[in-house]
Write a protein that binds this ligand. Structure first.
Ligand SMILES: Nc1ncnc2c1ncn2[C@@H]1O[C@H](COP(=O)(O)OP(=O)(O)OP(=O)(O)O)[C@@H](O)[C@H]1O
Ligand SMILES: [Mg+2]
Length: 390
């Protein structure tokens, strides 16, 4: 059965029909990124005769992977059997369960979750007599995690530490941690990515087999990839270069855990033959919400220019609540939002990143953007904002 593409707009259709070569789909929130990705997979399988076995679709959370599988289940007669539709971590686990012995682990290695890993680091710090008041556990763990995601080994970390007490202390814990994990035949979440990378890098025959298998690679939420995830995609796609990445540089929210926005901004440098498609039509929100969103993200520093639009009407006007503290914001926003009659967009943007706008403004002391009968759209720091008349 041929796939029906009538439900896609023109830009979406272009992305779906561009099946060969690298493809960057740059798109705003709710513009149909996931829809395009799933339709493209369905088009490859149903219309182009590509075997599901040759498709690798990666996303970030188990929830997103589940949703993608469900959507594909609706589109594909035979579902996703044979296809890898998974998170980066799940992909790495699959690879390592086959070949971890090549790295000196057993294939039956254990996976330490966050709590396991926290307990182990705490025990190591106690053994090394490290004062947790001076060097808090979370700080040490965050530094080790960042080092892993940048592929810096304990030795490299130690060499670079110099006389810096924080770095030196982290280096001691990091070295112990890796030794203990290996002895226990265990990997933590970061190790899954690092070890899969090592496996592919050091074993050309393993890499070649995956490159040959996965002729079509698709990555959703590409703006959230960190360095090692970026390298994994690059390595796997190097043979056929059929790499499609879908993302929104304006939705990059994970820099604190290593996401590197340059991965999406530099895609065209890595693949100079890349086709670029922008999805700017939003199917989720009304005009006023989008105008406000455009005004807010226009202030982002590193971004590719795009402007979301909708064919829907303007909808209700919106207003801004600005909370005095983040805790108040967390407790107030959902209640206020659910009380709204019109469309709601709860802001996650920090106050300092919202620049003054030129529009009439309403600001109460809270931070959810909601429909308001008396004001136009806005995003602005509270100290300078006139109050709403209502
Ligand atoms: N061409 C279209 N016609 C009708 N509805 C559409 C179209 N494209 C997307 N939608 C709808 O818009 C909503 C958002 O689509 P989708 O989840 O694919 O967007 P997204 O860009 O991945 O969103 P997010 O930024 O949340 O990841 C969905 O309800 C989807 O069905
Ligand atoms: Mg999506």
């Amino acid at each position: 059965m041929t796939l029906q593409l009538d439900s896609l707009n023109e830009a979406q259709r272009k992305a779906v029909l561009t099946t060969e070569g690298p493809l960057l789909v740059l798109a705003g929130a709710g513009s149909g990124k996931t829809r395009v990705l799933t339709h493209r997979i369905a088009h490859l399988v149903q219309d182009k005769g590509v075997s599901p076995y040759q498709i690798l679709a990666i996303t970030f959370t188990n929830k997103a992977a589940g949703e993608m599988r469900n959507r594909l289940g609706d589109l594909l007669e035979r579902g996703t059997r044979g296809m890898w539709v998974c998170t980066f971590h799940a992909m790495c686990v699959r690879m390592l369960r086959m070949d971890a012995t090549l790295l000196g682990y057993g294939n039956d290695f254990s996976i330490y979750d966050d709590d396991d890993s926290k307990r182990l680091v705490k025990a190591i710090m106690e053994e090394l007599d490290i004062d947790p008041k001076r060097f808090p556990l979370q700080g040490i763990r965050a530094r080790i995690s960042a080092a892993k995601n940048e592929l810096r080994s304990p030795q490299e970390y130690e060499e670079a530490a110099g006389a810096n007490p924080w770095l030196k202390t982290t280096a001691r814990v990091y070295a112990q941690l890796q030794a203990r994990l290996k002895r226990a035949n265990a990997m933590d979440f970061d190790d899954l990515l690092v070890c899969a990378y090592q496996l592919l890098k050091d074993n050309p025959q393993v890499l070649a087999a995956y490159q040959e298998r996965f002729r079509y690679i698709l990555v959703d939420e590409y703006q959230d990839t960190n360095h090692v995830q970026y390298l994994l995609v690059k390595m796997l796609g190097a043979r056929y270069r059929n790499v499609m990445v879908v993302g929104d540089d304006d939705q990059s929210i994970y820099s604190w855990r290593g996401a590197d926005i340059r991965n999406i901004l530099d895609f065209e440098k890595d693949y100079d033959e890349a086709t670029v498609v922008k999805l700017e039509q939003n199917s989720r929100s009304k005009g006023n919400i989008l105008t406000a969103a455009n005004a807010v993200v226009a202030n982002n520093r590193d971004r590719k220019k795009k402007r979301l639009f909708t064919v829907q009407d303007d909808g209700d006007k919106i207003m801004v609540y600005q909370a005095p503290t983040s805790a108040r914001r967390a407790s107030t926003s959902p209640a206020r939002a659910s009380a709204c009659i019109g469309p709601v967009a709860a802001t996650t943007t920090s106050r300092s990143s919202i620049a003054p706008t030129r529009s009439p403004v309403c600001s109460r002391t809270c931070c959810c953007v909601r429909a308001c009968p008396t004001v136009s759209w806005v995003a602005r720091a509270s100290s300078t904002v006139p109050r709403c008349a209502t």
